[in-house]
Design a protein around this ligand. Structure first.
Ligand code: ZN
Length: 497
């Protein structure tokens, strides 16, 4: 009996081996050095001028990817804006043209005020002091808050850790929900570098444009009160009155594109599950010239390489579909703050709870051609498949060796992780984020002619092979227990529990 089981197991294993070998030959046929070189030399050419989001040249890259999808047999996703394109509306917003405020008849200094939300409002209203503005502080206030101005102390409760921005947003949302006209956080201690925060808040950088329905009249102000002078005014006055007036903001719109395509899976059940294969295709464009006068930041490593990993997977899966369905997404706006992927998770073309894995590819540089570095390798259940795929092409898969860089949370994968979707990032081999990486990372030197294409052939084949192993395995991918995003995953896939 035992022997028979062993024999059956042996046959099964041989079967898997043969099947994996069949896939290996297929991958070797699709992913070749000349194919890779052709794509990278085009995407990272001087003619594409560094593919800056909003430039005409990034649209040429988008067209190139979309034409390749057509050639491979990748299908557009129903609901996309046009063919393979999802239009991404970005916007940069100036600070309000003017800011003024008065506390019980006394004017406040404009230099003390930072406007985090709101524009074009003039509000004169009763103010209510609600301590730190915690949920409990709000609950304890039994009267109506409609139209009133809420004053709270700045920051987090003592001993709590977290972002003061997030805490501030939560306080503001509490006030907004209860119908308040606005909220003011008074900073009584020198908790941070005020000038630095001002520069950050007031910088005119592009973000995903808010939905047109968003209410702009609610305001959120941070007020510097290190000397406690404003708090004194509040404490002394009998009638608590406040006046706030904010001017209009200027807006600049920018439209860019995510490129999205799909291939339906072959398994009647598993085809309802999708694996996302993603990479950003933008880079930083034209910048400061180097000593030789080169000002084009070509972005060969960052991230023409990532684009080509996804294109290679697209070609392979279109020609030989996997059991699960595949969704290929090339993001715009990553270098501006992960904007294309933020936009996508806010406006997904397919339900996010059908996306069981996101296998992202992003690259800075490499310093070890015997490995592939997978940021988050051991954080999902698919580590074994990725290790195996790397081994098949003579590479060793290693996890993030530079955790201090926070790389997991610095690429597009994190927007999917936050939704609960297991999402590691596949990168060219590096053992440390050292000088060799910084030599190319966001430098004019990041060109297609100084890449090791023998290594890249193995690297791309390993990625595509890993894609196939994950997409054909009937076991559903998930986070490793205890991971930061484990609960988000539970909430996404089993909302009833
Ligand atoms: Zn990148």
């Amino acid at each position: 009996m035992k022997k028979r089981i062993i024999l059956a197991l042996a046959i099964l294993l041989t079967g898997l081996q043969v099947w994996a070998q069949g896939d290996k030959a297929h991958v070797e046929e699709i992913v070749t050095k000349s194919n890779i070189q052709g794509h990278i030399y085009f995407l990272a050419s001087d003619e594409l001028r560094g593919r800056a989001t909003g430039s005409p040249e990034i649209d040429i890259a988008a067209q190139y990817i979309s034409s390749s999808f057509t050639r491979y047999g990748v299908k557009p996703v129903p609901g996309a804006d046009e063919g393979y394109f999802q239009y991404v509306h970005l916007q940069s917003v100036s600070k309000p043209a003017h800011v003024s405020a008065g506390l019980n008849g006394e004017n406040m200094e404009p230099e003390d005020m930072l406007v985090l939300r709101g524009e074009s409002v003039t509000s004169e209203a009763e103010m209510v002091y609600l301590k730190l503005g915690t949920e409990e502080d709000f609950r304890k206030y039994k009267k109506d808050l409609t139209g009133k101005i809420v004053i709270v102390d700045g920051g987090l409760p003592e001993g709590a850790t977290g972002s003061v921005f997030t805490a501030g947003t939560e306080k503001a949302d509490r006030a907004l929900e209860r119908g308040a006209a606005g909220i003011i956080e008074l900073w009584g201690t020198e908790a941070f570098n005020w000038a630095g925060i001002r520069q950050y808040v007031e910088s005119e950088r592009y973000r995903v444009a808010p939905k047109p329905s968003a209410d702009q009249s609610f305001f959120q102000l941070w007020v510097k009160d290190y000397e406690g002078a404003y708090m004194d005014v509040i404490n002394k006055a009998k009638k608590q009155k406040m006046m706030v007036s904010l001017g209009a903001r200027n807006r600049k719109d920018m439209y860019s594109k995510n490129v999205v395509g799909m291939v339906e899976g072959t398994d009647p059940v598993l085809k309802n599950e999708f694996i996302i294969y993603s990479a950003h295709y933008d880079h930083v464009g034209i910048g400061k010239a180097n000593d030789e006068g080169d000002s084009i930041y070509n972005g060969a490593r960052d991230n023409a390489v990532g684009v080509v990993t996804v294109m290679s997977a697209a070609e392979s899966i279109a020609k030989k579909p996997t059991k699960r369905s595949a969704l290929f997404i090339l993001f715009t706006g990553e270098e501006m703050g992960l904007l294309g992927s933020s936009y996508y998770v806010e406006n997904p073309l397919l339900p996010l709870n059908q996306m069981v894995y996101c296998f992202n590819s992003d690259n800075g540089g490499y310093n070890d051609t015997s490995v592939a570095t997978i940021i988050g390798l051991d954080r999902t259940t698919e580590a074994e498949h990725i290790r195996k795929a790397c081994e098949m092409f003579g590479l060793t898969a290693i996890d993030d060796p530079a955790k201090e860089q926070g790389l997991f949370d610095r690429s597009d994968n994190v927007n999917f992780a936050r939704e609960g979707i297991p999402a590691p990032t596949f990168s060219m081999g590096f053992q440390a984020f050292d000088e060799e990486i910084f030599k190319y990372y966001h430098q004019t030197r990041d060109n297609p002619d100084n890449l090791d294409y023998d290594y890249l052939e193995k690297f791309f084949r390993a990625y595509v092979m890993a894609c196939r192993l994950i997409a054909d395995d009937t076991g559903k991918p998930f986070w490793v227990e205890g991971d930061k995003y484990y609960d988000a995953g539970k909430a996404l896939y089993n909302p009833q529990n």
